[in-house]
Write a protein that binds this ligand. Structure first.
Ligand SMILES: [Zn+2]
Ligand SMILES: [Zn+2]
Length: 436
């Protein structure tokens, strides 16, 4: 049964092109399956035959492509953060919005928490991610081990989840539909380039395979992590996937903490989830946005906002905000409860289905930030005494819900689902033995 990898061809060892990884053993980070993957040459990818998790995907030009994408992203990012984002004309008011202006107006009006969240998710994380990418790839390009290269790689991998330029772009479109009835809006160069930046960041992130990078760094130091074969005395690293002696505490390839399963994963994940559930109550009861005008002072909760939009005929926005602010957090909380119960007690579905559920849960959570970003944009636009928007207390709680559910999902070790299924049904035991 040739089920160990999606790659068909395996070149002879002496013909392996540079930038390849020879045949070696890895552990799937999603389902825990130990498998041997054949030589990975540039342009190849390997995925787990059991849960279909991508294990490694190497670009055809493994050094040039990520460096080109990262450099282009960095240049576009400089333009996005220095040019006009949006021009708003309303009554006698004319507002030229730039992204730094939005941040400074948040900070000046004592909403520094929101300013920090926006700064980190739309500027800090992507900038650090790109700089670390370039740093690591410059080291690989010049065949030099630069100081802290392993740490830089581990950090850039973790930063991927916290880049939300694409979410901010979609939030701008939602805000645009909300504002268009009251004001004239023109988009600046920064807005259009933000769409390009969002796409480039996704592409850069896809083109930076940590498994391959860690291997390349190790070969520069004269080590070959592919020499360690799977056995009962080895454990595969959660982060770089290479097999390591089980007696070690720290992975010799990537420098992460080494364990068969993430320690206390279920308890940590549950603790974050419970905190998110608690914060979700004030996030819904307290006002999300306060709209002030000479005649009225309107505080609206998330649900009020959706209702106003629906009644005003902005059904599309009502659906977007409902999905981002109500449906996704609730579904995410329910999914995490199902996953935690399945891993701790009894699987409620097959491990394959639970893994798909986990993958969806992990990837959709960030989209809940749409509503927060919409409030930030509206607040930057409506600053005059005639119409002023300020964020309500719910924004802080809601940010907490989004971040805590994301951390809860990231802390969860999905391999426990397969462990539990094996204990209760034994459906995979024979297959796994065969593969080993
Ligand atoms: Zn797998
Ligand atoms: Zn490792």
């Amino acid at each position: 049964m040739n089920h160990q990898t999606s790659i068909a061809a395996q070149p002879a060892l002496e013909n392996i092109p540079t930038g390849s990884i020879p045949q070696h053993h890895v552990g799937c980070p999603r389902c825990g399956l130990s498998l041997s993957i054949p030589t990975i040459v540039p342009g190849d990818q390997a995925q787990c035959p059991r849960c279909h998790q991508h294990l490694v995907r190497v670009e055809k030009y493994p050094l040039d492509t990520p460096m080109a994408y990262a450099s282009a992203s960095l240049m576009i990012m400089i333009i996005v953060y220095s040019q006009l984002y949006m021009i708003v004309d309303m009554f006698t008011l004319h507002v030229d919005l730039t992204l730094p202006y939005m941040l400074s107006s948040l900070a000046q009006q004592d909403y520094s928490f929101l300013a920090e969240v926006m700064f980190l998710l739309t500027f800090g994380s992507p900038l650090l991610f790109l700089l670390l990418c370039l740093y690591v790839y410059i080291g690989l390009y010049y065949q030099q081990v630069l100081p802290g290269m392993l740490y830089a790689t581990r950090t850039l991998v973790r930063l991927r989840h916290w880049i939300m330029v694409d979410v901010f772009f979609i939030a701008t479109l939602v805000a645009y539909i909300k504002i268009i009835g009251m004001a004239q809006i023109h988009f600046g160069l920064a807005f259009w380039l933000m769409m390009v930046l969002a796409i480039l960041l996704i592409r850069t992130s896809q083109g930076v395979p940590e498994h391959w990078i860690f291997y390349q760094i190790q070969t520069l130091t004269g080590n070959d992590p592919t020499l360690i074969k799977h056995s009962e005395h080895t454990v595969s690293c959660n982060y770089c996937l290479f097999e390591q002696p089980a007696a070690q505490n720290i992975c010799g390839v990537c420098g992460s903490f080494l364990s068969r399963r993430k320690p206390l994963s279920l308890r940590i994940s549950m603790a974050f989830l419970l905190s998110a559930i608690i914060l979700y109550i004030p996030a819904n009861l307290l006002p999300m946005m306060i709209t002030r005008s000479p005649n009225s002072n309107l505080a609206s909760t998330i649900l009020d906002g959706i209702e106003y939009m629906w009644k005003d005929g902005d059904i599309l926005i009502a659906i977007v905000i409902f999905s981002a602010s109500m449906a996704i957090p609730i579904l995410k909380i329910i999914s995490m409860l199902v996953l935690l119960y399945s891993a701790a007690y009894k699987p409620l579905m097959s491990p394959a289905k639970l893994t798909i559920l986990y993958r969806i849960t992990e990837s959709i959570g960030r989209w809940s930030m749409i509503d927060i970003f919409v409030v930030i944009i509206l607040m930057s636009v409506f600053t005059s005494p005639l119409a002023k928007v300020t964020p309500g207390a719910a924004t802080v709680y809601f940010c907490g819900v989004v971040i805590l559910t994301m951390v809860s999902a990231l802390s969860f070790d999905s391999r426990l689902l397969w462990d539990e299924a094996k204990k209760t049904h034994h459906p995979y035991r024979r297959r796994k033995r065969h593969q080993l």
